[in-house]
Design a protein around this ligand. Structure first.
Ligand SMILES: NC(=O)c1ccc[n+]([C@@H]2O[C@H](COP(=O)([O-])OP(=O)(O)OC[C@H]3O[C@@H](n4cnc5c(N)ncnc54)[C@H](O)[C@@H]3O)[C@@H](O)[C@H]2O)c1
Length: 255
């Protein structure tokens, strides 16, 4: 019996990177997974590879109406939604001096706005069917000052704060809905490869290079955490901000 047996899950941004790793693990643990993304080609390919328990749905997370349609469709077909992973996100390089308004609004729309809409519609349906688990992908960018991605820091800070608001609201209302955020450091995905390319940095697993991209994690390092938060094993964890960063964001004490 899988750790997510019988559960219905939506993972946004599931066509590649961390969302893909989550989807592979969720299906292996018995969940039915709706892979949401704007990357139809990779999303459909992955869903086909994962088999009957996976399906791809084109879904642009920036739009509230698309959220409503997706979640209502899932509930109409499967009777419930147990797990939502608000994973989709984008990053654009830019400091507070150089980040353009267009890039800032794009980053906020895909991470912060989308997580708000996703939580809103998930709570609306989960409260009617006994509860659920919402996992929001934040970053250590909400913890550390990452000067070269100012808009991204703002978006992930919003995700972290919203997570606590959703968790406390749901607990107060007795909905049995948990909402937690996950905060990775740099993990080897297409996003990080692209950021490194733009920064002129070479990335590789187990890299010995120094600097901000040193010691990359693997997508499964995050997926195992997301799996735990999605499962009933974490039923007493609510409103938590869990760093998965090999101590990268921890301020060292005296040794
Ligand atoms: N990789 C890292 O080092 C890292 C670190 C911290 C946090 N994160 C966060 O984890 C999440 C996943 O990151 P990743 O590294 O896998 O990124 P990625 O770029 O490799 O994959 C992101 C996926 O989101 C999809 N997406 C983009 N815009 C979308 C939209 N409007 N609607 C639906 N889907 C959309 C993309 O098509 C892509 O498939 C993001 O929220 C990211 O900010 C990643």
């Amino acid at each position: 019996m899988g750790r997510l047996a019988g559960k219905i899950a939506i993972i946004t941004g599931a066509a590649k990177g961390l969302g893909e790793a989550d989807a592979r693990m969720f299906v292996a643990e018995g969940a039915r997974v709706i892979l949401s993304d704007v990357d139809r080609e990779n999303g459909e390919r992955l869903a086909a590879e994962l088999g009957d328990m996976a399906e791809f749905q084109y879904h642009d997370v920036r739009h509230d109406a698309e959220w409503q349609a997706l979640i209502d469709d899932v509930v109409a077909r499967y009777g419930r939604l147990d797990i939502l992973v608000n994973n989709a996100g984008v990053v654009k390089l830019g400091t507070i001096e150089t980040q353009t308004e267009a890039d800032y609004r794009f980053i906020m729309a895909v991470s912060a706005d989308a997580t708000f809409f996703g939580c809103k519609h998930a709570v609306r349906v989960m409260k009617e069917t006994g509860g659920g688990s919402i996992i929001n992908m934040a970053s250590i960018a909400s913890v550390q000052g990452e000067s070269v991605v100012a808009g991204y820091c703002a978006a992930k800070g919003a995700v972290e704060a919203l997570t606590r608001a959703v968790a406390v609201h749901s607990a107060r209302e007795g909905y049995n809905i948990r909402c937690n955020s996950v905060h990775p450091s740099s993990i080897l995905t297409p996003m990080v490869i692209e950021v490194a390319r733009q920064s002129g940095v070479t990335v590789a697993p187990d890299s010995e290079q120094t600097g901000t991209l040193a010691k990359l994690g693997e997508p499964d390092d995050i997926a195992y955490t997301v799996l735990f938060l999605a499962s009933d094993e974490s039923k007493f964890i609510n409103g938590a901000a869990i760093r998965v960063d090999d101590a990268k964001s921890v301020i060292a004490g005296v040794v």
